[in-house]
Write a protein that binds this ligand. Structure first.
Ligand SMILES: NC(=O)c1ccc[n+]([C@@H]2O[C@H](COP(=O)([O-])OP(=O)(O)OC[C@H]3O[C@@H](n4cnc5c(N)ncnc54)[C@H](OP(=O)(O)O)[C@@H]3O)[C@@H](O)[C@H]2O)c1
Length: 280
């Protein structure tokens, strides 16, 4: 498709960020992009901000009008919205779901159509075009369609293709990950304040340190352990801080956090499926 028509159903935080990326990168023309929301007020806001047609509800019409339908409503609303748009879908369209933990198999069951279905797990820095997105697809999706879907997310940050089951791990690492890093930044600011640095200086130093350290990992391709070693002077200051972090189990803590989050993500999937089976 040369100029794909894209509909974003549920243009909230994530759907809105995606809209911004689609328009900025020129993947689709503004006149070919449409968004839906739950409320009129939000629809007006989206239309104003992005200069695209935005309507409250009317998901069926909006889905019908698109080549690519992106679902960005909360996971609990997915089954309802899928049932709603089902009559408007046809072979030839592409469906992309952002709903965390909502499995492709359930989308297939509700839609019951032989169409390509993609599941994307982006994270919130997509807002500043530094997101990380894990992506999986069903058996109907072709390589060409995967390339089209990737081109929608690529302007917002790197896209990693995984098996669907691995999306639980993706959720635990990069989906929820920004929250962990915010805690690290917050704690570094607190440490700086405790040493008497002013708020603005503390914040600037902490945020830039995280950004810079990540950039160095990306640009050198070196393992972080090697980069860490380069900061350490024998008998110096850094190693005494590292000893303290090791004593308190920083690395072990993060490994466990990711393990717990992935397990929780599986449980959410199970309960979404169970809920649909009890009340389709
Ligand atoms: N936020 C993240 O970091 C993140 C990361 C990965 C995946 N996700 C996934 O992205 C999805 C959206 O999350 P979010 O954080 O963007 O939530 P959100 O800001 O609450 O966005 C949901 C949007 O859906 C709209 N909506 C509600 N009912 C609707 C309906 N019947 N028809 C059409 N639109 C409807 C809401 O409209 P109103 O504003 O008018 O109520 C709202 O704008 C979720 O499934 C989540 O799992 C989020």
């Amino acid at each position: 498709v040369k100029h794909p028509r894209i509909t974003v159903i549920g243009a909230g935080n994530m759907g809105g960020a995606l809209l911004g990326g689609i328009l900025k990168s020129g993947v689709a023309r503004p006149e070919d992009v449409m968004a839906t929301t739950g409320t009129e007020a939000k629809a007006r806001q989206v239309a104003e901000r992005h200069g695209v047609r935005a309507v409250a509800k009317m998901n069926l019409e909006a889905a019908q009008a698109a080549d690519i339908v992106i679902l960005a409503v909360k996971p609990g609303k997915m089954s309802g919205v899928l049932t709603e748009i089902r009559p408007g879908l046809r072979v030839g369209q592409i469906v992309v779901s952002l709903a965390a933990a909502y499995p492709i198999g359930l989308v297939e069951r509700v839609l019951d159509l032989p169409i390509p279905i993609f599941r994307a797990m982006p994270n919130i820095p997509v807002i500043v075009e530094e997101g990380a997105t894990g992506m999986a697809r069903n058996a109907h999706a072709t390589i060409e369609q995967a390339a089209i879907v990737e081109s929608i997310f690529r302007p917002l940050g790197p896209v990693c293709w995984v098996e669907e089951d691995q999306l639980h791990a993706v959720t635990a690492v990069s989906g929820s990950g920004p929250a962990y890093i915010y805690m690290v930044i917050e704690a570094m600011i607190a440490g700086a304040l405790k040493q008497g640095l002013p708020h603005d200086v503390a914040t600037k130093l902490a945020e830039q340190t995280v950004l810079g350290a990540a950039k160095l990992v990306r640009e050198t391709g070196l393992h972080p352990a090697i980069l860490r070693d380069q900061v350490i002077t024998p008998g110096g200051v850094t190693i005494s801080a590292i000893h303290e972090l090791e004593k308190h189990g920083l690395r072990s803590m993060l490994i466990s956090a990711i393990e717990t989050a992935a397990r929780h993500s599986r449980q959410v999937t199970d309960s979404l499926v169970k809920r649909y089976e009890e009340k389709p």
